[in-house]
Design a protein around this ligand. Structure first.
Ligand code: UDP
Ligand code: MG
Length: 316
């Protein structure tokens, strides 16, 4: 029997991209079928789009029986869409690709060849340039990847995309991590296995616009850090310790001053500054703690990662 690739495509308001994406995928997978005798299924995950994305996918599904879809009851986010796709994939391989054609689908062929001929479990793509992106965003993104590399046990290369092809074995491992706060890039790195990184030049979105504002990206980065390291908790411990030592030294200084020079009452302004500063630091540290507690809270509620309103999925 032929091997099968399940291609998962998270879509959120992508009506402008669906048809051109499908046209390109069709060419590639028809080609791969004749060259490598590999079958395909496409799983479009409609992440609660408010435009015509789902209708377009359904129209395609009528023409092409390789097309499956899941439609969410509301927008659950890309991470949830990826999880839904992986959970419902029936192939021997699973691939992820964005709907906006920023990930060149032609690379899938090369990815498949590598998995066939070399000792890898996953082939993923990373972009080498951040052309078309605001400079400040690129700067923060680079800092983020460096921070993750230094302080967590997962290594995510700079510019890593979700665009990848992996074996069924790796897919099953990813599904075993059933956490609700899903930072997919971290999860892929955490499960290990051998990943080959292919590089490509950034392509700008041709249609529609990115769903990520700078603010959303910052929150996403914080989520990633919280999900994969406890280093921020250590920061608050260290800050607390430093201030205890400073306070102790200060007490000694005050006592010595009192004994040596009497006790001139002065410096209330500097005192207010110090108080405000320390109060700020305390709030900051409590905030860090709060972030972790909020994650525990949302994990302990154990709500489903997504809710499907409609779906068409092949039986496994
Ligand atoms: N996406 C999604 N749910 C969301 C946001 C985005 O499924 O809440 C999908 C989107 O349709 C696209 C992919 O995730 O296929 C990447 O989104 P986008 O292009 O906005 O991100 P960027 O390329 O800027 O990182
Ligand atoms: Mg994009």
């Amino acid at each position: 029997m032929n091997k099968k690739i399940s291609l998962i495509i998270p879509c959120y308001n992508e009506e402008k991209c669906i048809n051109s994406l499908y046209d390109r995928l069709k060419i590639i997978f028809d080609d791969m079928k004749s060259e490598f005798s590999v079958d395909a299924e496409f799983i479009f995950v409609d992440d609660g789009s408010s435009d015509n994305t789902l209708q377009l996918v359904k129209q395609l599904a009528e023409k092409d029986d390789r097309i499956n879809y899941i439609s969410f009851s509301k927008n659950f986010g890309k991470e949830a869409a990826i999880y839904a796709g992986l959970e419902n994939a029936s192939g021997d391989y699973a691939a992820l690709i964005d709907a906006d054609l920023q990930d060149p689908p032609e690379m899938l062929k090369q990815m498949y060849e590598i998995l066939q001929t070399q000792e890898y479990d996953c082939v993923a793509a990373r972009r080498t340039t951040r052309k078309g992106e605001p400079i400040i965003r690129s700067w923060f993104a680079r800092r983020f990847y460096r921070l993750m590399k230094k302080y967590t046990n997962v290594d995510i290369p700079d510019g890593a995309r979700d665009f990848r092809l992996m074996t069924r074995q790796m897919l099953n491992s990813v599904l075993e991590l059933s956490e609700r706060n899903r930072f997919t890039k971290g999860i892929f790195a955490w499960v290990g296995y051998r990943t080959k990184w292919l590089e490509f030049e950034n392509t700008e979105r041709t249609e529609g616009k990115s769903k990520w504002s700078f603010f959303k990206l910052t929150l996403y980065a914080i989520d990633g850090i919280i999900a994969f390291c406890t280093f921020p908790l250590l920061i608050s411990v260290i800050i607390g310790l430093i201030f205890c030592i400073l306070a102790f030294l200060f007490i000694i200084l005050v006592i010595v001053r009192k004994l040596a020079f009497g006790d001139p009452v002065a410096g209330w302004a500097s005192q207010v500054c110090i108080m405000l500063f320390i109060a700020g630091l305390q709030l900051f540290c409590t905030g860090i703690l709060g972030l972790y507690i909020s994650k525990i809270y949302s994990e302990s509620k154990a709500r489903p990662i997504y809710i499907a309103r409609e779906k068409k999925i092949f039986k496994k």
